[in-house]
Design a protein around this ligand. Structure first.
Ligand code: ADP
Ligand code: MG
Length: 372
């Protein structure tokens, strides 16, 4: 299927945006934290054509290319649609007032914790920015696509996924300060050290448009309000001395946020010094904290990380929102095949779905790839 075969003409613009993995810094983008994601080579491509009326027609190759119709006048949070609300939200957030035909083809696995949602939003945003000559910067686009997901789709995600999908650079991870959106590129060349980052999609899909995410975000906000400091400003000693003001759950959520922010900064140093053994330890620390303090892991993610570790990984952790999705494992190249086999075997034994494996070195961010 193509734009041509569905809508009967050629698009005005084609753009693509990548998914991401987050090396470290999980569930802290909404707590003013630092995160260290990189863009992966899997991308979502979108083709768009302006219409002469107010109609919006949308189709996705991942949704049987069925045409969904809406109109500019119907764009408001809570509007109809399922997956369509991601692109509709972006049109709404960017304030576009013309009708559009849109065809999406996404190669980022959906709901696998690799951020197909941001890839979709950012491909649409970059295409519209170009088509309507909006002159929005990547930082502005990141904020607007986040607004689309928060307010239109109803998912209270942080700013990380959209930022890295827009700003990723080949060969680099992006240290992103989620407080002011300032960035620093961190070179990362695993191949030169005979290493590979294996991505394990557990195929356990627990939807994120639910209360778990919002609840944790709320726990951190409550802890910050009670202690009078953001998770970013707080250190572990201050958290311990303020413990009596917090509920047990708020304390554990805050402990994850505070220690995870510290792990990200330590990981940047470790990468700069090519100390991959330390990077591995930090990945393990992150997983344990997400599992035990933040309670967002699940048996499939734990099994993937544990099996990788007991078969030679330098470290492993769940990535993304949690409750399913993907894990990453830092491996010596020579161990990759045997670790995949061991994880697949362990999953079969546990009665889980077959995991899928990917690997990607850091790729580039969103771009326009064709225009009239
Ligand atoms: P993730 O971002 O980790 O993949 P999310 O649950 O945040 O998981 O987003 C997945 C949702 O995004 C899908 O269920 C679907 O609604 C939408 N989506 C992403 N890519 C596409 C696509 N190519 N076609 C249709 N819908 C998509
Ligand atoms: Mg998502």
């Amino acid at each position: 299927m193509s734009f041509q075969s569905i809508f009967g003409s050629d698009p005005d613009v084609v753009a693509a945006a990548p998914g991401r993995i987050n090396l470290i810094g999980e569930h802290i983008d909404y707590s003013d934290g630092f995160v260290l994601p990189f863009a992966i080579s899997s991308r979502t491509t979108v083709a768009i054509k302006k219409r002469n009326d107010q109609k919006i027609r949308l189709a996705s190759a991942q949704r049987h290319s069925t045409i969904f119709e809406s109109s500019i006048g119907q764009l408001h949070p809570g509007a109809e649609g399922k997956w369509e609300r991601y692109p509709l939200g972006v049109i709404w957030a960017l304030g576009v007032k013309d009708g559009l035909d849109i065809f999406v083809d996404g190669r980022v696995p959906l709901g696998a914790g690799l951020s197909s949602s941001a890839a979709l939003e950012c491909s649409v945003a970059v295409a519209l920015n170009h088509l309507f000559d909006l002159k929005l910067t990547n930082t502005e686009l990141a904020k607007l696509t986040q607004k689309a997901e928060n307010d239109f789709v109803g998912m209270p995600c942080g700013i990380m996924d959209q930022s890295i999908s827009l700003m990723g650079q080949a060969g680099h991870a992006l240290l992103l300060d989620c407080r002011d959106l300032s960035t620093k590129l961190i070179p990362i060349d695993l191949a030169a050290s005979d290493l590979e980052l294996l991505i394990i999609d557990t195929q356990a899909h627990h939807s994120l448009v639910d209360g778990g995410y919002a609840e944790r975000r709320g726990n951190c906000e409550a802890a910050a309000a009670k202690l009078g400091k953001s998770m970013r400003e707080l250190n572990l000693a201050e958290l311990e001395s303020g413990k009596s003001k917090l509920t047990e759950v708020e304390y554990r959520r805050a402990r994850h946020a505070v220690t995870e922010i510290a792990r990200v900064l330590e990981c940047v140093k470790a990468l700069e010094e090519k100390d991959f053994a330390l990077v591995g330890k930090l990945l393990n620390g992150s997983h344990q904290s997400l599992r035990d303090d933040y309670n967002v892991s699940c048996p499939e993610l734990d099994l993937a990380a544990d099996t990788a570790n007991s078969n030679g990984a330098l470290g492993a952790r769940m990535i993304g929102g949690g409750y399913g999705g993907s894990a990453i494992a830092l491996l010596k190249k020579e161990d990759v095949d045997s670790v995949k086999g061991k994880i697949a075997e362990a999953f079969t034994k546990a009665g889980f779905r077959n995991p899928r494996f990917f690997s990607s070195s850091p790729a580039s961010g969103a771009s326009v790839i064709e225009c009239k």
